[in-house]
Design a protein around this ligand. Structure first.
Ligand code: NAI
Length: 246
């Protein structure tokens, strides 16, 4: 039980990587607040965790809305007493090449992937500072290291997430708060499964292991960074990409 007695909040916990992270954390003893804009999914996940003997709370949140985010942090604290770990996993794409990208596509992705991470981390860091302990984990991407065709907005957010991760590690270390990010390569999730076979094969080819990741691979990286084993790791962007970026 690597997260025994810990309380974790996972945004975008309703499906994909966030869902698997919620299940993995619960299996390792954490009490998990599963937070997502989509209410239906989180209720199912919380039921699954409770049915297997764990503790969990479902909370609808829109990470772009600061009132909604404050409500999430308060609800998790009220229910479980502390906020030990936050995984800023909620993220979206709205792809288009620079010359075709609409303002709305830019704004939506910046709002969720960048401002959302800022909103949740700021609210959580206030609680963690009082506790004199905490772990903040952010969802980055290989796209935040090498860019990607058609992803001006997404690349900007993931680069921004890396910058915020390092900045917060420097600002919050003195309060015993560690801040790290995980940068997945290409992972089979609802976000990627709609992509054409040709694109998926291209993604596999980019990995030196010639595979895409499963959601467990990313959840296990969050688990490690959240656990005591990573107590001296902060400000790090951990690539979990099968060698896409070496
Ligand atoms: P997904 O699309 O399967 O799940 C994202 C979840 O976030 C959904 O449940 C959605 O309802 C929720 N969400 C969206 N907007 C929200 C909002 N405003 N407030 C609260 N929740 C919201 O995505 P996936 O693939 O699991 O990705 C999770 C994270 O990992 C994202 O940040 C993504 O950028 C990142 N990532 C994913 C990769 C992949 O290949 N799937 C690769 C690299 C990074």
């Amino acid at each position: 039980m690597r997260l025994e007695g810990k309380n974790a909040i996972i945004t975008g916990g309703g499906r994909g990587i966030g869902k698997q992270t919620a299940l993995t954390f619960a299996k390792e003893g954490a009490r998990v607040t599963v937070a997502d804009i989509n209410e239906e999914d989180i209720n199912d996940i919380v039921k699954e965790i409770k049915d297997s003997g764990g503790e969990a709370l479902a909370r609808t949140v829109d990470v772009t809305d600061r009132t909604s985010v404050n409500g999430l942090i308060d609800a998790a604290k009220d229910q479980f007493g502390r906020v030990d770990i936050v995984v800023n996993n909620a993220g979206i794409t709205a792809d288009a090449q620079l010359l075709k990208m609409e303002e709305d596509q830019w704004d939506r992705v910046i709002d969720v992937n960048l401002k959302g991470v800022f909103n949740v981390s700021q609210a959580a860091a206030k609680v963690m500072k009082e506790q004199e302990a905490g772990v903040i984990l952010n969802a980055s991407s290989v796209v935040g290291t090498y860019g990607n065709f058609g992803q001006t907005n997404y690349a900007a957010t993931k680069w921004g997430v890396n910058g915020m991760t390092k900045t917060w590690a420097k600002e919050l270390g003195r309060f015993n708060i560690r801040v790290n990010a995980v940068a997945p390569g290409f992972v089979y999730t609802p976000m990627t499964e709609k992509m054409p076979e040709k694109v998926l094969n291209m993604m596999k080819e980019k990995s030196v292991l010639k595979e895409m990741a499963g959601v467990e691979d990313i959840a296990n990286a969050y688990l490690f960074l959240a656990s005591k084993e990573a107590r001296f790791i902060t400000g790090e962007i951990l690539a979990v990409d099968g060698g896409v970026v070496i």
